[in-house]
Design a protein around this ligand. Structure first.
Ligand SMILES: O=C(O)c1ccccc1NCC(=O)[C@H](O)[C@H](O)COP(=O)(O)O
Length: 203
C-alpha cells in the first residue's frame, strides 16, 4: 500500500479533512517565507484537531539548529523533513526521525545521497525548481528507481490526474502532495484531497 502525506496544512479544518479522507501523514511548514508557513496559534490548532495515528511532519529549510530544537520543544512532531542544504550531521542532530529532501529534475544516481544520509528514515524526491525550496507544483521526469535500501517518497506536481501514472512508473513507498490538492496556496480543497487519496488507493 502506498502511503500518503498531505503537505502544507495551515488550519484545523484542512487537518481534519486530510485525516478523514485517509492521509497517513500531514506536513507542517516551519519556513517563514512560505505562503504555507505556520505561526504558533495555527500550529497548536492543527495539532489539537488531528486525530490519533496521523504522522505529524515538520518541514524546515536551512533553519538554525536552535530554531529546530525550539520547535521540537514546543510541538509534538513525529518526523522532521529537511528541504534545504542541511548536512547529514545537521539532520541527525535532533534525536528525531528525519526525511531528507533531494531535489531532482530527471533520472540520476542517488547512491551518494543514500550513503550520506544513511540514517534518514526516508528520502523524498521533489522537483528541483530554481529559487523554490518546495511546494512548487512542478513535477520531474519520473523513472523507476533501483532499490535504494530505504523508503522513498515521491513529490512534486502530483495531483489526482497524474498520481496513478507516477506510482506505476516510479513505485515509491509513499507520495506527497501540496499544491495539487489546493484551491490557493495554503487552502486545501477537500474534494481534491479525497480524489487524490482515492486514486492512490486504486493505483
Ligand atoms: O509548501 C511550501 O511552501 C514549502 C516551502 C518550502 C519548503 C517546502 C515546502 N513544501 C513542501 C511540500 O509541500 C511538498 O513536500 C513538496 O514540495 C511537494 O509540493 P507540491 O509540488 O506543491 O505538491
Amino acid at each position: 500500500m502506498v502511503r500518503i502525506k498531505i503537505c502544507g496544512i495551515t488550519n484545523a479544518a484542512d487537518a481534519r479533512a486530510a485525516a478523514t479522507v485517509g492521509a497517513d501523514a500531514i506536513g507542517l511548514v516551519f519556513y517563514r517565507k512560505s505562503p504555507r508557513a505556520l505561526d504558533a496559534a495555527r500550529t497548536q490548532e492543527i495539532l489539537t484537531a488531528l486525530p490519533p495515528f496521523i504522522t505529524r511532519v515538520g518541514l524546515f529549510v536551512n533553519a538554525d539548529a536552535a530554531e529546530v530544537a525550539a520547535t521540537l520543544q514546543q510541538y509534538p512532531l513525529d518526523v522532521l523533513q529537511f528541504h534545504g542544504d542541511e548536512s547529514p550531521s545537521f539532520c541527525r542532530n535532533f534525536d528525531r526521525p528525519y526525511i531528507k529532501v533531494l531535489r531532482v529534475t530527471a533520472a540520476q544516481d542517488l547512491r551518494p545521497a543514500v550513503d550520506a544520509y544513511h540514517d534518514a528514515q526516508g528520502l523524498l524526491l521533489d522537483c528541483a525548481v530554481p529559487g523554490v525550496w518546495g511546494g512548487s507544483g512542478q513535477s520531474f521526469d519520473w523513472w523507476r528507481l533501483a532499490d535504494l535500501g530505504k523508503p522513498w517518497i515521491l513529490a512534486g506536481g502530483l495531483h489526482a490526474g497524474n498520481v496513478a501514472e507516477a506510482i506505476a512508473i516510479a513505485r515509491p513507498y509513499a507520495v506527497d502532495v501540496s499544491s495539487g490538492v489546493e484551491m490557493s496556496p495554503g487552502r486545501k480543497d477537500h474534494d481534491k484531497m479525497a480524489q487524490f487519496v482515492a486514486r492512490v488507493r486504486s493505483a
